[in-house]
Design a protein around this ligand. Structure first.
Ligand SMILES: [Fe+2]
Length: 296
């Protein structure tokens, strides 16, 4: 069929893509073409706007380096990463879940740390936090021997690789759950932090009049063969940006009860205010796989 008017373009492209041998590729491409063409018709995209859009996509790649992934940041800033996560967890989007975004800062091979140990590997001022977590299956039975990566930003809002004051692997550790599914550790209370806005994500943030901060959180990655790898973030209930997270990552199930204490510190070196957090994670049966680290 030869194209005569704009209306003909979509059926011609759909017909041409029917030859894709992989059925899933065929399905995804057909839906992509339908939605993309409908989008252009919906807003009646002008030629100038199309040029801008192409420059925008090119800039996503140009801004991406070995230590920064602008495409992941953009996906988060559009709420797309949150949508994909919630579609694929919580019994395929049917129920609440403690699953959340991986984020750009996970590293392989965090230092093995005994339960009760600390994530602090170089002097890191800030209020102490004592974290107790339990990993369970959907029937509430403890999961023993799960490997748990924990990582988080400093009380100044920087991950170790962004901050020359912090030692390599500071505020990172890998734990193993005991027979009760329990793992526990000590660290400093993380702070929220700004996302980079010197690229196309910044253009989006400014165009929408939003702030560019994430609320404070701890990251977790829980791995145990026979269970779907659980990637999570537990957000601080005292953060004023829970409802306006620039990455749309916060859900109700992920707001942790970060309890402030002023007395009876659990360790002799703790002075002033300190925090505790108790958190339970529920793993779904499924495939255990490690994600590809987003940066090298
Ligand atoms: Fe983070």
């Amino acid at each position: 069929m030869l194209i005569k008017t704009q209306e003909d373009v979509t059926p011609v492209v759909l017909e041409a893509f029917k030859s894709a041998p992989d059925p899933r590729v065929r399905e995804i491409l057909a839906a992509l073409v339908k939605h993309l063409h409908a989008f252009a018709r919906d807003v009646h995209l002008t030629e100038e706007e199309f040029e801008k859009a192409v420059q925008f996509v090119v800039a996503l790649g140009q801004k991406t380096t070995a230590t920064h992934n602008e495409a992941v940041l953009m996906s988060g800033s559009l709420g797309f990463s949150a949508l994909v996560c919630l579609l694929n967890n919580g019994n395929n989007g049917q129920t609440e879940t403690t699953a959340n975004l991986l984020g750009p800062f996970w590293r392989m091979n965090s230092p093995r740390t005994e339960n009760g140990g600390t994530l602090i590997r170089s002097p890191t001022p800030g209020p102490a936090i004592f974290v107790n977590c339990w990993v369970k299956d959907q029937q509430g039975r403890p999961i023993e021997g799960a490997e748990v990566d924990v990582w988080h930003s400093s009380p100044e809002g920087f991950y170790e690789q962004q901050d020359e004051k912090q030692a390599d692997m500071n505020l990172r550790g890998k734990f193993l759950t005991d027979a009760e599914g329990h793992f526990w550790f000590r660290s400093v209370k993380p702070a929220g932090y700004p996302i980079p806005i010197d690229g196309p994500v910044g253009d989006l943030v400014r165009a929408t009049g939003r702030h560019h901060f994430r609320p404070a959180h701890l990251h977790f990655l829980i791995f145990k063969p026979g269970f779907k790898t659980l990637i999570s973030q537990i957000y601080s209930n005292d953060d004023d940006k829970l409802e306006t997270d620039v990455q749309f990552g916060v859900t109700r199930a992920l707001i942790g009860n970060y309890l402030r204490h002023d007395d009876a510190p659990p360790a002799p070196d703790v002075t002033g205010e300190w925090y505790s957090l108790d958190q339970t994670f529920v793993m779904e049966p499924g495939k255990s796989r490690l994600p590809k680290p987003p940066i090298e």
